[in-house]
Ligand binder design. Structure first.
Ligand SMILES: [Zn+2]
Ligand SMILES: [Zn+2]
Length: 156
């Protein structure tokens, strides 16, 4: 899929983007990224020749130097804009594996248990049948991981 477009968007599909090429991919441990992503760290990659191909993000000015873009409909974090090339949230890409992080930044705010995350025990699927049944009954309303001519589909 190396020649597939570097596209992505928010969970609901109201905002979609496409990049010409990608620069440095990082994970950022700063407290603002933790908050803005609702996670343990932020994941961002520089997106060169960025185009918003459907809708545009809303912005929150998180500091005097940076505004953060997100979908105004579903809230998905999308961008980090400091006045230079815009950075895009890696998980928002249709194929996040194309932006493997190469560096960690802002270690001072790193959450204490970060290094243990990959050693957590893993739940075996068969160990919790109720959770598996719940999962099997889910009908996703999330935008698929490719561009669409129209969204949401009419039949919903
Ligand atoms: Zn959305
Ligand atoms: Zn950060």
């Amino acid at each position: 899929m190396a020649d597939a477009p570097l596209a992505g968007g928010c969970q609901c599909g109201a905002v979609r983007f496409r990049a010409g090429s990608l620069g440095r991919a990082s994970i950022c441990h700063c407290r603002m990224c933790q908050k803005a992503f609702g996670g343990f760290f932020g994941t961002l990659v520089t997106a060169h020749d960025l185009e918003w191909t459907r809708g545009t993000p809303r912005h929150f000015q998180s500091s005097n130097k940076v505004r953060r873009g997100f979908c105004g409909d579903c809230g998905t974090p999308l961008s980090y804009d400091f006045g230079g090339p815009v950075e895009i949230a890696i998980g928002a890409f249709d194929d996040p594996a194309r932006a493997a992080p190469t560096i960690q930044v802002n270690l001072a705010d790193r959450i204490a248990f970060f290094e243990e995350l990959c050693t957590l025990p893993v739940r075996a699927a068969e160990s919790e049948p109720e959770a598996e049944a719940f999962k099997a009954a889910i009908v996703s309303y999330q935008h698929p991981d490719h561009d669409t001519a129209e969204w949401p589909p009419r039949q919903r």
